[in-house]
Design a protein around this ligand. Structure first.
Ligand code: 6R9
Length: 667
């Protein structure tokens, strides 16, 4: 196993500042609290669950009789839409702002031309009407799946909450995904309806979303209706008679005070499916429950984000990713926060758009990604310096490791060295944050680039190859040793894959698929994926999906894709392609293949480079040795090549890569 040198990471750089001094706690005292939470795990989580309102209390906190099919708060009944809305409209929060929304377009002075403000009561009204529409106009019942393919507009959280109000299961598909990716997800979830928009703005361009839905539906059999929200008022939107309905037309028939009783749902009732990439096979539909997820998200909102009534919270993640599910839709609303939602690109029309937004709304808590921070670092300090960012008191990142440099830059330039800042580790499968600093609870000293200590109630460790805890400073695999409330409840329609992917590498223990190091203080440093998942700007992509996309092109015989480090996006995919006999490699074909991947999966998936080779490095049993291609591309030592079938394949890849390097050097 690779021994990471202590000098590579700032294990001994302790950071604390004036504002947060009062929350400071000794590392050992924090660990003692953590140990105590694990000793009475069920009682610990029950005490948090009691802060929520249940229609019926649970009989059992954790049912572990059939691992790894754990159940949380068994017998309990609740409703997420009720927790996010009804509970607040019974109090003074009724007229508190829930959402400050800003569209992308700006006027000649750079000011936004579209803003919407929704109070908790406004949202409550809209969610009830949307629930009425789903239930009475479209016949959606408890347990039905609905696919949402929408941009960052208030109607996306509105329709999600409406679905959860009546017990429907949402499957949100990121609006940057292609028709093919959408069709695959609709098919797998067997959705009855799709909700979408005519179009939306992205970097000054109109994206015609409904047309992509129509392409997808050519390949799908289950969809009965499409509901189209008019976001832009585009002309010539194709509408299929009897199948497609305009949202606003249907709403005309629904009263402003329509009320739909929130369905008392079993704690284990599925609330959402979210598709994510793994090492092999098509994307997996990760399933989450209702009660466990709510408790996990609620606890972390308090501990990690320290939400107070006067805060203005902004999580920049798209709702199409798990971060948006937990920390845009459910978390802030459940806690009764005011949050900002922005439709467009971070650097449109200029690289200070985000800083203008922070200043405009007085954002106090920012949750963002390392990729964004690195991109803004490159644009330079002058852009944030033009705006007043002094309201910020917490800045967290998520999605990939944050390099110490980017951490220090954000801490200084955005946070004025007076914020709490963490790199919150979690994944689609965990449902909420697992490792982080907890300014809302007690704060241990920060270290640039670390994830910090596991949160109370989470039994996290770093294992070596033999399933034993790795010593401090040594790289191993990140695991979670005991069930936690927000945990996934399987893979949609594939229980075997669930067991195989997550619970088999180390029996009885959740395997996250990440490399990590524990330092001398017990702080965890997640280093990146241990499998073939690539994280491009925080978006998870599997090599299998990318390779399938390439092979679906008529000229391609075989393809191997690996992720290589990128200064801004963290990682980017590069592809080694074997062409079919008789096809000549050319720059045009290279471009065509890149476009093809874009169209098949979506813009995030486009390979940064395509190399034409005549063979791929394979083992004698025919497995592609991506590890070797990665080593070639990063200049790392090749390591063990004894299982390689044909040595010349690596030489060829090396040559192709060298050529590119020379080309780049030449400009
Ligand atoms: C929330 C989310 C999960 C994978 C995960 C890991 C990486 C996420 C991280 C991080 C280092 C952090 N990851 N947060 N790595 N530090 N703070 O990103 O979910 O899209 O499912 O990805 O992302 O590799 O395994 P998801």
């Amino acid at each position: 196993m690779h021994q990471v040198l202590k000098e590579e990471l700032p294990f001994n750089e302790y950071v604390i500042n004036e504002r947060w001094k009062s929350r400071l706690i000794d590392i050992n005292a924090y660990k003692a609290l953590h140990t105590k939470s694990l000793e009475q795990l069920e009682e610990f989580w029950a005490s948090i669950a009691r802060e929520l309102e249940w229609f019926k209390p649970w009989d059992k906190v954790l049912d572990a009789s059939n691992p790894p099919f754990y159940k949380w708060f068994v017998g309990g009944k609740l409703n997420l839409s009720y927790l996010a809305l009804d509970r607040h409209v019974k109090t003074w929060r009724k007229n508190k702002l829930a959402i400050e929304w800003e569209g992308e377009p700006v006027d000649e002075n750079g000011n936004p031309t579209e803003q919407r403000k929704l109070t908790y009561f406004d949202l409550y009204r809209e969610v009830n009407r949307a629930a009425y529409m789903l239930k009475h106009n479209f016949g959606i019942r408890k347990g039905d799946r609905i696919t949402l393919y929408m941009p960052m507009i208030p109607e996306l959280p509105i329709v999600m909450l409406a679905a959860w109000r009546i017990g429907a299961v949402t499957s949100v598909v990121f609006s940057g995904f292609s028709a093919e990716a959408l069709a695959e997800r609709i098919n797998d979830s067997q959705s009855r309806i799709v909700v979408t928009v005519d179009g939306f703005w992205r970097r000054g361009k109109v994206i015609r979303l409904k047309e992509i839905v129509d392409q997808a539906l050519e390949k799908v059999g289950t969809v009965e209706n499409v509901i189209v929200y008019r976001r832009l008022g585009l002309k010539d939107v194709p509408m299929t008679e009897g199948r497609d309905y305009w949202w606003h037309k249907v709403m005309e028939g629904i009263k402003a005070n329509a009320y739909v009783e929130p369905e008392p749902l079993e704690s284990e009732h599925p609330s959402f499916i979210l598709y994510t990439s793994g090492t092999t096979g098509k994307p997996k539909g990760i399933v989450h429950d209702t009660g466990g997820w709510a408790v996990h998200v609620y606890a972390t909102m308090k501990w990690v984000f320290d939400l107070r009534e006067e805060d203005i919270y902004w999580c920049t993640a798209d709702i199409g990713w798990v971060t948006g599910h937990s920390y845009v839709v459910l978390g802030p609303l459940m806690i009764g926060a005011t949050q900002v939602i922005y439709e467009g690109a971070p650097d449109y029309p200029q690289p200070d758009r985000w800083w203008a937004i922070i200043e405009r709304y007085g954002v106090t808590i920012l949750y963002t990604s390392p990729t964004a921070i690195r991109m803004f670092m490159r644009y330079g300090e002058e852009w944030p310096r033009r705006h007043d960012l002094s309201t910020l008191r917490i800045i967290h990142s998520v999605g990939e490791p944050i390099n110490p440099e980017a951490w220090r830059w954000a801490y200084k330039v955005l946070g004025n060295e007076n914020v709490a800042m963490a790199s919150t580790w979690w994944m689609t499968e965990t449902g909420g944050i697992v490792i982080s600093h907890t300014p809302g609870l007690y704060l241990i000293p920060m270290k640039p680039g670390t994830n910090g200590l596991p949160l109370p109630g989470f039994d996290v460790d770093v294992f070596d190859d033999n399933g034993k805890p790795a010593p401090p400073g040594v790289r191993g695999y990140l695991v979670i040793k005991r069930p936690w409330p927000g945990m996934l409840h399987g893979i949609w329609g594939d229980p075997d894959r669930y067991i195989k992917t997550y619970w088999s590498k180390f029996p009885g223990v959740f395997y996250a698929g990440d490399y990590a190091i524990k330092d001398q203080d017990g702080y965890i440093w997640v280093l990146g994926r241990a499998d073939e998942v690539i994280k491009v700007a925080g978006h998870r992509l599997g090599t299998y999906e990318l390779e399938s996309a390439l092979v679906s092109h008529p000229t391609v015989a075989e393809a191997a894709v690996v992720g290589v480090p990128d200064p801004i996006k963290g990682e980017v995919p590069i592809a080694f392609v074997v062409l079919k006999q008789g096809v000549m490699p050319s720059d045009e074909l290279r471009k065509e293949l890149r476009d093809h991947v874009r169209k098949t999966i979506g813009p995030v998936a486009e390979p940064a480079h395509i190399f034409f080779v005549t063979k791929l490095p394979k083992t004698r049993s025919g497995k592609i040795m991506r590890r070797l291609l990665k080593a070639v591309a990063t200049g790392a030592p090749l390591g063990d090549t004894t299982t390689l079938e044909d040595e010349t394949s690596v030489e060829e890849a090396k040559k192709a890569y060298e050529e590119l390097r020379r080309e780049i050097a030449r400009g």
